[in-house]
Design a binder for this molecule. Structure first.
Ligand SMILES: O=C(O)C(=O)C[C@]1(C(=O)O)C=C[C@@H](O)C=C1
Length: 313
């Protein structure tokens, strides 16, 4: 199996993919990780001729919130979510040097920088902050400059021969990022931007992840059943009073617990948004398909990203 991730080696995205590999039923000798320099190329690789089976992308962080580019690509491209992977993020300050006094520049991914904002302001206020495409790229760059440091994982530090000047530098001890494993929508799947007529409740069963990972590996609910979530994106073209109220009402009426709602600009004009809604339940549950049908009737476009389980560290 081939998985695309944000590289170079040592990124948190790689960690999420390795965690997924560790859960795969039959360890295939040819399991392969392919590295890309940014999140967009990682996602687009799914459409290459000899593309991967899956791509792993970060979607949201407990401190910094949504990863915008990942959210947008889920809307723009015909990809489905196979599973979510929640990882603990423990950022370290890494450098060739062994003293913070030597540091004049700090490299990291924007998410890493924001997640460590109080530390940077408090302890490295005079250092230049330089954004990189990934935390592992930051570690790689810091390994070439004695006066630079990187914010990345301890594992990335080991890989690039850096000292850990300080660990646990995130602004929240319980820092977590939610990644999703995504795949290219298959032509046979109708659960994508469906006409409700063609929306088949069994679509979630075509989620290919269950071919690779035993159901036992996924989070269970209080009754011992598989904990499944569904993600949709609703676009309301006509801004009218109560539009969002009616969409959310569809879930409330069907007793469905929402786990996240987030808006993103539609990119059409200022003040025009898409709403990303995650909720508990599977599209094969009757009350979920009823709610989705109703939400769709109040939306100008409703895109189903998939029903999936959770792998958590
Ligand atoms: O830069 C990395 O190592 C990534 O995998 C990206 C990413 C992100 O974009 O959220 C992943 C986890 C952390 O939250 C910081 C950076």
């Amino acid at each position: 199996m081939k998985i695309s991730v944000l590289g170079p080696a040592g990124s948190y995205s790689e960690k999420a993919a390795l965690f997924f590999f560790s859960k795969v039923l039959e360890k295939e000798a040819d399991n392969e990780m392919v590295y890309f320099s940014d999140i967009e190329s990682t996602v687009l690789s799914l459409w290459e001729k000899t593309g991967p089976d899956f791509a792993v992308i970060p979607l949201e962080n407990s401190i910094e919130g949504a990863v915008g580019i990942s959210m947008d690509l889920l809307n723009e491209k015909e990809a489905c979510i196979a599973t979510e992977i929640i990882l603990r993020i423990d950022h370290c300050l890494l450098s060739l040097s062994d003293s913070m006094d030597e540091i004049t520049a700090v490299y990291s991914h924007p998410q890493g920088i924001y997640q460590c904002r109080p530390f940077l302001r408090g302890r490295l206020k005079n250092a230049r902050i330089i954004e990189t495409e990934s935390t592992s790229k930051a570690a790689l760059l810091a390994s070439k400059d004695f006066h630079a440091a990187a914010i990345a994982s301890a594992d990335a530090g080991k890989r690039y021969g850096l000292n850990v000047l300080e660990s646990g530098i995130g602004s929240q001890k319980n820092n977590r990022t939610r990644f999703v494993l995504i795949y290219k929508k298959q032509d046979s799947q109708s659960g994508f931007q469906p006409d409700f007529q063609s929306f088949s409740p069994s679509d979630c069963l075509s989620n290919p992840v269950f071919k690779y990972v035993s159901e036992n590996e996924f989070k269970k609910d209080e009754t011992g059943h598989l904990y499944l979530k569904t993600s949709v994106i609703s676009y309301l073209k006509n801004d009218k009073p109560g539009a969002l109220y009616h969409i959310l009402g569809a879930f409330f009426k069907n007793d469905i617990n929402l786990t996240r709602i987030e808006s993103r600009p539609s990119k059409k004009e200022l003040g025009d948004y898409c709403f990303y809604i995650d909720f508990e339940g599977s599209t094969s549950d009757e009350h979920v398909s009823k709610a989705v049908e109703e939400a769709k009737s109040h939306s100008d476009r409703l895109k189903i990203l998939g029903t999936y389980g959770r792998l958590a560290e």
